[in-house]
Design a protein around this ligand. Sequence first.
Ligand code: ATP
Ligand code: MG
Length: 213
Amino acid sequence: MKLTIALSKGRIFEETLPLLAAAGIVPAENPESSRKLIIGTNHPEVQLVIVRASDVPTYVQYGAADLGIAGRDVLIEHGGAGLYQPLDLNIAKCKMMVAVQEGFDYDAAVRRGARLKIATKYPQIAREHFAKKGVHVDIIKLYGSMELAPLVGLADAIVDLVSTGGTLRANKLAAVEHIIDISSRLVVNQAALKLKYDAIQPVLDAFAGAVPA
Ligand code: ATP
Ligand code: MG
C-alpha cells in the first residue's frame, strides 16, 4: 500500500525534513538539486511528489497524493474541498499583512471611504478582510513581486506574506494591518484516511509528536 506525500521545494521541504525523520522517512534525494518530481525514500512504500506550493491541496484533493503540507494562505485560497486538515505543523511561519507605500495615509483613506486598489496573490483572503472592514476594494490578482505594485501606481496597497519585513523596507513599503498568522498544515485526502488508515495514522502521530514549539 503505497503512500504518496505532496511537498513543495524550498522552505516547506526543508522544514518538513525533521517531521519526516520523526516518522522514520528519509528522502532518497534533495529536490533542490535533483530534477526528479517523484522522489523515493528509505521506506519502500513511501514516495514524495514535488509540486508547486499552491498546487499541493489540489494533488491531495484528487487523491494523486494521500498527504501533503501546505500553508494556511494556500489552503484558504484553495477552499479545502476534499481535505482533512488534522494538524498545524507550526512551520513556515509568517504573517498575512496589508502594506502601503511609506507616507501613504492608509487609515485616512479607509476613514474617508476611499475605494482602494489592492494587488495580491491572495484574492480570497484580501476580499474577506476588506469585506469585514466594510472597505470597498478592487482586487488586482498578481503572481509575484507584489511590492512593486504600489511603487508604479498599479495599486494603493498590497496583501502579502511578511516574515522579517526586509522586502517591504527595501522597497519603501510599510505594513499597516495584520490579517492572519500563517503556518503550514498537514492535509490528508479524506478517502485515503479511511482506505489507508493503517499507513497514514502512524505518520500523523509521528508528525504530531515532532511539531516544533
Ligand atoms: P512559488 O515560490 O512557487 O511561487 P510560493 O512562494 O507559494 O510558491 P514558497 O515561497 O516556498 O512558495 O512558500 C510556501 C509557503 O511558505 C507559503 O504558502 C507560505 O505559507 C509560507 N511562506 C511564504 N513566504 C514565507 C516567509 N517569508 N517566511 C515563512 N514562511 C513563508
Ligand atoms: Mg515564495
